[in-house]
Design a protein around this ligand. Sequence first.
Ligand SMILES: C[S@@+](CC[C@H](N)C(=O)[O-])C[C@H]1O[C@@H](n2cnc3c(N)ncnc32)[C@H](O)[C@@H]1O
Length: 235
Amino acid sequence: MIEPSSEWQQVDHPYFSTMRMAELISNEVERFPETKSIADLGCGIGAQTFYFADKFRQINFIGIDYNEQRISTATDLNVKKGLKNLHFISQDISTLVGVEKSVDGVLSIHTLCCFKVMETFFQGILSARPKWLIVNSLFWDGPLDVLVHIRDHTNLTPDEYVDSDFNIFSKDRVSEYLSKSGYATSFLPFYPPEPLPVPLNGARGTYTVKTDWNAHTQFSGPVHLPWNFMIAEAK
Ligand SMILES: C[S@@+](CC[C@H](N)C(=O)[O-])C[C@H]1O[C@@H](n2cnc3c(N)ncnc32)[C@H](O)[C@@H]1O
C-alpha cells in the first residue's frame, strides 16, 4: 500500500491529504482547546507526524508503531528535525498500555486498513477516552467490510505482511461501534485535487479514474480505494 519510498518522499514533501488532515486537526483543537497531547497510531517513520508536530508546537505528539526499525528511523530523523514536542515509541496499537492514559486526541493514517478486524484497532486507544479521533482509511457506505490483500508478483512479500492490506470497513458498523463507546462519528470522502497517472505495466500504485463519484476516484491495480477521513468526537 504505502511503499517505503512514498513514506520517505513525504518526510520533506507533505501530501495534500496530510495538509487536509492538519486542517481537520486544527478544527478539533479549536473545538477541544484542552487538547495537550495527540497520538499518531501506526506512524511508520513519522513522515506525517513531523509535519503535524511542527505545525502544532503547543501540543505534544507521540508517534506509535510496532515496527521497531521504523520507530528507530523516526527517532533518528527527529534528531535532525529537532522537534521537542514529539517522541516515538514502539508498541502494538491493539494492546496499548500507559501512554494512552494521557492522550487527548488521536490521529492515524493508512493504518486501520492494515487490520482485519476494526475493533482490534480501536479497543486499546478507546480505553484512554480521547476527546477526538481522526482516522484516514478506507470506508464503504453499505453494510460491507471487505478484506483485500495485494500480492505483488514483482516484489513478493509474505502474505502475513499486513501493510499489503487494503481492508475496507462499513461506515455504519464503525459508527455504531464508536457510538456504543460514547463517540459521534462522521466521514469526509477524500479525493486528490490532481489526477494521478496509471502506473506502467499494471504495477502497484495509486492512480485516478473519472467516475460518477468523482473525477479523481482512486484505484490501485483492480481495487477501488474509498479513502475517507473518519472524525469521531466524545459525546
Ligand atoms: C501503511 S503504513 C502507514 C504508515 C504512515 N502512517 C504513513 O501513512 O506513511 C502502516 C503502519 O502501521 C503499522 N502497524 C500495523 N499494525 C500495527 C499494530 N498492530 N500496532 C502498531 N503499528 C502497526 C505498520 O508497522 C506501519 O508502519
